[in-house]
Design a protein around this ligand. Structure first.
Ligand SMILES: Cc1cc2nc3c(=O)[nH]c(=O)nc-3n(C[C@H](O)[C@H](O)[C@H](O)COP(=O)(O)OP(=O)(O)OC[C@H]3O[C@@H](n4cnc5c(N)ncnc54)[C@H](O)[C@@H]3O)c2cc1C
Ligand code: SF4
Length: 509
């Protein structure tokens, strides 16, 4: 490991991996500390029982909920972070998501940047992650989305029939943009085990495949796996982070660099900041505002199984998306959110969660279901927060803004029953579904209300950045990964210019 890289990044997920990828393109040297290892390529990657019933890839640790009850969080500690398991849906936020927006349950705050400022970086992120999609068909899409790197994945026959039946009812289903290598010559075999599974053939363009591996190939990134960052150590005046302390091979070590970036995911980044409290930062590092750990969000999510009489042989179901109700409709004027195809549900996924469900019944349900992920915005609430109870993480979360979400679930059920799906079973995922965690180290323009400025630089410590889902001041109602990646590229360009005087590629606005 170089003793003094230009930048140290903690975490190799969408935020950290994308940032590293861009920084090495600027010629900077980066050392990355990752608590996990490479996710093994093995038969179990695509084994439903191993992944769902046995939770093979879920970390062994437990967190506590607001009642102090322990649960195993669905967050992932590998090179590539949670994106190793992600569903690969990569959408832009809507332009209005960057503005203050009134919901039935309260106000979603404005971001300190506009859509226009992030748009060039969305373009770059879509290229980096090699997205398949079709511009101009999503009714709420921003107006300037360029052609995607690859054409949209075609629907399989049953989904094509669903899309066409929905169109006949005036709905505008469109092709969900996805990060899989299904272009000619690409390794994707279009399987049934993508969303919620690692890709055994490395065809999903997660953060490891799309960002970290190419950065390693440049020779400018050093990746230290099994290196758990435990504290950020401040300089004596408290204005900068001097070093990162980490555990590796049973030893405590430290590393220093002119710039330190925390990209450990929304929950773990806030934990590290809180855990680094010291004389100079008694409430935690970068926490003079008191917001660190607060405003935790993760979307209001419901899985819907729409069961009809036809056998659904679809393998890759995440090709369809509906945004007709995103900002409301004629009989509900508030935002409701997004409906998208869920990875095809299989019996083992159902029985893993519903132990009482007989297998034969699960088989009949799964073979006839079209499955949906229904996602609405949850609102930032300072009381929804990450806390440390000794060394254990406590997630204090009470759901909010459920009126719009329930309306959306009812819309989806009603639409599906109109097109012939007689049985619609909805399962609300509840507040401990941490997959879309965000908001715990928010960015903003007022240092008394936010921890980071618009470039994710700490207001309190000039050489510290937090670049992962933590920075979101609102959660929107689309999947977060593309926005994390776009902002990571934007931050890299800003950092290269402002911290290292490099003006080459990129142009941070
Ligand atoms: C099952 C599932 C499906 C999903 N589907 C989608 C989808 O379809 N589309 C979408 O946009 N999003 C999806 N997501 C969410 C998406 O994966 C996350 O939003 C994204 O990965 C978050 O990026 P991040 O950089 O904030 O954190 P992560 O990607 O989680 O990366 C954080 C990294 O930091 C490491 N780390 C943590 N603590 C430390 C420490 N103390 N020291 C060193 N390293 C540390 C972790 O091991 C990890 O590698 C899904 C998530 C899951 C779990
Ligand atoms: S659908 Fe393609 S990218 Fe997804 S897991 Fe299967 S092979 Fe991998």
């Amino acid at each position: 490991m170089p003793s003094s890289p230009d930048v140290v990044i903690i975490g190799s997920g969408i935020g950290g991996g994308t940032l590293a990828n861009r920084l090495v393109q600027h010629g900077l040297t980066v050392t990355m500390l990752e608590r996990g290892d490479y996710l093994p390529q093995e038969r179990e990657n695509w084994d439903v029982d191993a992944v769902f019933a046995n939770q093979r890839y879920v970390p062994a640790e437990t967190w506590l909920d607001k009642h102090g009850v322990a649960f195993r969080p669905g967050t992932y500690y590998y090179v590539g972070g949670s994106s190793k398991m992600f569903g690969a849906a990569m959408l832009r936020l809507r332009e209005k998501d960057f503005q203050e927006l009134e919901h039935a349950g309260g106000v979603s705050p404005a971001w300190p940047i506009t859509y226009r400022q992030l748009a060039p970086y969305y373009n770059l992120a879509e290229q980096l992650y090699g997205i398949h999609g079709e511009a101009g068909v999503d009714p709420t899409e921003p107006s300037d989305v360029p052609r995607y790197p690859y054409p949209a994945l075609e629907h399989e026959p049953v989904i094509e029939q669903v899309a066409s039946a929905l169109k006949n009812r005036g709905i505008k289903p469109f092709a969900l943009p996805v990060a899989v290598q299904r272009h000619p010559g690409g390794p994707c075999i279009r399987c049934k085990t993508c969303d919620g599974f690692p890709c055994q053939v490395h065809a999903k363009t997660d953060a490891e495949i799309a960002a970290v591996r190419p950065a390693l190939a440049s020779g400018k990134l050093t990746l230290k796996t099994n290196a758990l960052a435990t504290r950020l150590l401040l300089t004596s005046d408290g204005r900068r982070v001097n070093a990162v302390e980490y555990q590796s091979d049973g030893h405590i070590e430290s590393i220093t660099a002119p710039v330190i970036v925390l990209s450990a995911s929304a929950v773990n980044s806030s934990v590290l900041l809180l855990h680094s409290a010291c004389d100079k930062a008694p409430n935690g590092v970068s926490n003079s505002s008191g917001v660190v750990g607060r405003n935790y969000m993760a979307h209001n999510n419901t899985a819907l199984m729409s069961i009809g009489w036809k056998i659904n042989e679809t393998k890759f179901q995440k090709t369809i998306c509906i945004n007709d109700f995103y900002f409301g409709d004629h009989d509900f004027k508030y935002p409701m959110g997004n409906i998208q195809g869920l990875g095809k549900l299989q019996t083992g996924m159902l029985t893993a969660k519903q132990k009482f469900l007989p297998k034969f019944l699960g088989d009949r349900m799964a073979e006839r279901s079209v499955d949906w992920w229904i996602m609405s915005e949850d609102l930032p609430d300072p009381g929804n927060r990450v806390l440390l109870q000794g060394n254990t993480i406590r997630l204090h979360y009470t759901e909010n803004n459920m009126v719009g979400h329930k309306r959306l679930v009812e819309k989806a059920r009603s639409l599906m029953s109109q097109i012939g799906f007689g049985l619609n079973i909805a399962k609300h995922m509840g507040g401990l579904s941490v997959s879309h965690q965000c908001g715990t180290v928010r960015f903003g323009s007022d240092p008394s209300k936010a921890a980071l400025n618009e470039f994710c630089r700490s207001f309190d410590h000039e050489n510290l950045f937090v670049v992962d889902a933590s920075f979101f001041p609102s959660s929107s109602a689309v999947n977060p990964a593309l926005t994390i990646a776009a902002q990571a590229i934007r931050v890299a360009d800003h950092m290269a210019k402002n911290d290292f005087g490099i003006t080459g590629i990129g142009n941070a606005s």
